[in-house]
Design a binder for this molecule. Sequence first.
Ligand code: LLP
Length: 405
Amino acid sequence: MNISIQNIKPESLVLKYGTPLYLYDAAVIDRQIERMRNAFKGLPHRINYAAKALTNIAVLRHMKSRGLGLDVVSVNELRLGLECGFEPDEILFTSNSITMQEVKEAVELGVNVNIDSLSLLERFGEAYRGAKPCSIRLKLDPLIESHTKSAEWHKFSKFGIHHSKIGRVAEISRKYDLKIVGLHVHNSSAFLDVPVYLATADAMFEIAKKFNGLKFIDFGGGITIPFQPDEKAIDVDNLGEKLTQKTNSFYREYGERPEIWFEPGRFLVSECGWLLTRVTVIKENEKALFAGTDTGFNHLLRPALYGSWHEIVNLSNPTGKKRRYHITGNMCETDFLAHNRELSEIREGDLLAVKNAGAYGSCMASNYNSRVRPAEVMIRGGKAYLIKKKETYEDLLRNQVEVDW
Ligand code: LLP
């Protein structure tokens, strides 16, 4: 069992920075970047890291240093990207219910905007005509529904311009002489198998043939990683091989070779992150054994919000006798990190690591119950760097306005 990261013991960091603590391993990010590059090496491709998954600027800078581009979904994410050295043409701003004001800010910052509604496309056309390029975010689910039940909810998804409206996209772009340089889809945040991904690619390539001069076709994020030990995850090498064949036949028909873009979030940063938490109390009632911790859904929302399963390891007693626990948080309401989980015996004061906490962990944390958000540390090149300070009581007051009633 891996209980140290690049030979650094989590205990030593916890002594310095306290618990809870988010801990990231840059070597795992690098491994995942390499896996992806290798899988898609046969394609002219670009990997845009989905900044929303883990938005710390040290992580963004790390991605930049590895030659990745950036996928952003708000003007502030975009500004963080620029701050971290990404060039405007290395960033794609994907819109979702955004105002024209935000579009203008993004365009002024020199970034390509990915448009996800016909009405925004009209407004973009009125504002820029052909002077600024844009790309189109599509919604394709009915084309792939026969392949998967999990695509079902996507029928109700708010994202993108429905593929049946592609004629309107063409009309609007003719009306304003728009330059559409890319097509984009983010069909799922958990692609589980290659055929579903390839069905999406087929649908995208069919639509792409209706557009001239595309510079890129962007398949979004959604390549997942296994959370449970026996969980199925997409085989990226197999995906890369099959997608390369499909893309090459598309290139032959299309006559040009638009780049293939990907926007991984979870695939790159989920496994790099551990949330370290101290066990504050052990309680037993007639029904269950509880290990209460000093964190909760205020720091890692995924188990409470999505029922997500995160591996938990007792770092203080990794080989202890196995017992079943409910691992709870300290929020003053129902707050579980794990239900009925078999773990090495837990004692009060033990240090637990909640794994796969890199993606959508710290960035979804809150100050609920007026608890502060934890510090974040990244281990890179065998050295531990503090990349975010633990919040303080003063931070809780910072934006509150004292009114003298
Ligand atoms: N591109 C776009 C346009 C997206 O909306 C997303 C994620 C991504 C890329 C990256 O997707 P990924 O590769 O990470 O699946 N909070 C949820 C996940 C929400 C994902 C939203 N969009 C969770 O914790 O599972």
